[in-house]
Design a protein around this ligand. Structure first.
Ligand code: AMP
Length: 283
C-alpha cells in the first residue's frame, strides 16, 4: 500500500492508470479506523480495481467549540488496518495543502444541509461537501463509499453529485454496530465506562420506534415522545433532537404514510455528541 501526502503525487498516481479499464473506488474518512470504515474499504475492494482511502480530519467541518483538536488520531494503526483491507493508496493530505491561505470557495447543498444535525452545527455540511468535492476533483473516483451511520451526509453528497453533474456513483452501506447495538464511531472512545454502558439506549429507542410503527402507530409525536421517555428512563443522555423525516428533503413527517422514512437522533453523553438513525419502509 502506498501512502501519499501530496495532492500532486496522488494526481500523478491516478492519471497514470488506464481509466477506461480500471475503476477507482474512494473511501473518505477522518481516520481512527473501526469496523464501520473497514466495511466500506472491503466493499470498495470487492467492487473496484483500485481502492484509495483518504484520512483527513477536515477542519472546516468542525465548529469553533467542537472537538477538532482532540479528535482521536492514530495514523500507524490506521495504516495497518487499511492495508489489511486491501487498500492500494492511503491519501493523507496536510491541512495547509487542502486549504491554502486565501481559500475562499466552498460548496453548500442548500436545504438538506440545514436540517437535522445542520440546524445545530451550522457550517458542518458546507465543510463536508467542500472537502468531499475537493477529493472528488483531486482523485476523480468512479465510485465513492459512505456509511448510512451519517445518513444526512449521504443525502447531501448524493445531491451534490447529482446537482453538479459529477460522473461518480455514491454507494451507501449499512451502519456497523457493536453487539449491544451502539453504532461504531471514532467518538465512542470519548465515553466513560458508565456512558458507554448507557449509549446502546439510542439504538434501542430507534428499535422501539420501529416496533411502534410496525404495530400501527402513525403520529410522529407519539413515537418521539416514547423515544424520549425511554432514553430518559434508561440513561443520563441529553437529547439534542429526535426527528422522523422523509428521505428526499429530510423534512419532518408528522403523520406516517407509505414509503421510506428516516428516524434520526443526536444526544449528548456528557460532552460527547453521538448520532444514530434507522430507515424504515412503511406500508
Ligand atoms: P468518519 O471517519 O467518521 O468521517 O467516517 C468516514 C465514513 O465512514 C463515513 O462515510 C461514515 O458514514 C462511515 N462510517 C462511520 N461510522 C460507521 C459505522 N458505524 N458503520 C458504517 N459506516 C460508518
Amino acid at each position: 500500500m502506498k501512502v501519499i501526502r501530496s495532492i500532486t503525487q496522488i494526481r500523478r498516481f491516478t492519471q497514470g492508470q488506464d481509466r477506461r479499464r480500471k475503476k477507482i473506488g474512494l473511501v473518505p474518512t477522518m481516520g481512527f479506523l473501526h469496523e464501520g470504515h473497514l466495511s466500506l474499504m472491503r466493499r470498495a475492494r470487492a467492487e473496484c480495481d483500485i481502492v484509495i482511502s483518504s484520512i483527513f480530519v477536515n477542519p472546516t467541518q468542525f465548529g469553533p467549540r467542537e472537538d477538532f483538536k482532540k479528535y482521536p488520531r492514530d495514523f500507524r494503526r490506521d495504516r495497518q488496518l487499511a492495508q489489511a483491507c486491501g487498500v492500494d493508496v492511503l491519501f493523507s493530505p496536510r491541512p495547509e495543502d487542502m486549504y491554502p491561505a486565501g481559500s475562499a470557495t466552498s460548496v453548500c447543498v442548500e436545504g438538506l444541509s440545514s436540517r437535522l444535525c445542520g440546524s445545530f452545527r451550522p457550517g458542518h455540511f458546507r465543510g463536508v461537501a467542500t472537502v468531499v468535492m475537493k477529493f472528488f476533483h483531486i482523485i476523480e473516483p468512479d465510485r465513492a463509499y459512505f456509511g448510512w451511520k451519517d445518513a444526512q451526509q449521504v443525502l447531501v453528497i448524493k445531491r451534490m453529485v447529482q446537482d453538479l453533474n459529477m460522473p461518480i456513483t455514491i454507494r451507501a452501506l449499512p451502519t456497523v454496530r457493536e453487539v449491544d447495538g451502539l453504532a461504531l464511531s471514532s467518538r465512542n472512545t470519548y465515553l466513560s465506562r458508565r456512558q458507554r454502558d448507557e449509549a446502546p439506549v439510542l439504538y434501542a429507542s430507534l428499535q422501539r420506534a420501529k416496533g411502534m410503527i410496525q404495530s400501527g402507530t402513525k403520529e410522529s409525536r407519539s413515537i418521539v415522545g416514547a423515544m424520549k421517555r425511554f432514553i430518559g428512563e434508561h440513561s443520563s443522555a441529553r437529547i439534542q433532537y429526535i426527528e422522523l423525516v422523509d428521505m428526499k428533503e429530510l423534512k419532518p413527517v408528522s403523520r406516517i404514510k407509505k414509503g421510506m422514512i428516516l428516524i434520526a437522533l443526536a444526544a449528548f453523553f456528557g460532552q460527547t455528541r453521538l448520532i444514530d438513525n434507522i430507515r424504515i419502509r412503511c406500508s
